[in-house]
Design a protein around this ligand. Sequence first.
Ligand code: CP
Length: 310
Amino acid sequence: MSKKTAESILSAKQFSRNDLLEILETTKKIEKTLETKKEIPLLNEYILATLFFEPSTRTRLSFESAMHRLGGKVITSVGMQFSSLAKGETLFDTLKMVEAYADICAIRHPVEGASILAAENISIPVINAGDGAGEHPTQALLDLYTIKKHKPLDEKKLKIAFIGDIRNGRTIHSLIYLLRHFNVEFVFISPAEISLPDVYKNELKNQNISFYETENINDIKDSDVLYVTRIQEERFIDRKTFEKFKDNYVIDKELVLKYSSNCIVMHPLPRLNEVSIDLDDTPYAVYFDQAKNGLFTRMALLLRLLNINF
Ligand code: CP
């Protein structure tokens, strides 16, 4: 039986358009405030637990930085091999400890749905910080914030091109759920074997959002946003398949100038070769700013889940 009493962030599907506009507004206020202040000390009494059972740089560090900048405290468990899961403890028992020690937790886990299991069994808010090839809703929220900073939402139809490992790219799955609330069309560029799963295609069809799938990188033509992802090596059982796809698409300055000179180039990072470093110093590249926006967005989300007004 569900013991959940607090709001959690488990899927990007849970957000209404109004929720998103509120989160974007709070995030903007936080970014503005941090231009002149180091801290917004509203969470002094709270502890965040970060449980990361898959590798991470940005998500874990930005959640922890967000909690510190809000005056709160952080406890962390990184890598299954360094937790008692390695001694055979169940995830359920681990979560019962987290519930006792912290007020809110962010969990990254290789199994899809792990954060749902967590939220059903503990009474503190749970944040899905990435569950296997499933979703990564807080990344999608910072992605949405980044898009809005550069391309006004709803003024005209935005053409968003997703490129890379669309089957396994959990940030893409979550971002689709958020962008369906706005005036957008999608192009999905990937080899057929790693294309968008049906569940997301059906969602787009149900919402009458136009999209098409292609293997041709030239179809980035006239896009407003190029959202590039890494081929997710860790999701392939067979290394040969990964090798086959790994350098299929490389977005560089020449390609952007030729086909899509009004676009921004986004990437959830880490990148391998799929975004050339020759873009880094151009106005197209927003991926480092995107990662920075994770701090402001996650501060807004911690406040929201703990019911603290800002
Ligand atoms: N974008 C993202 O999830 O990065 P990390 O894997 O470094 O957290």
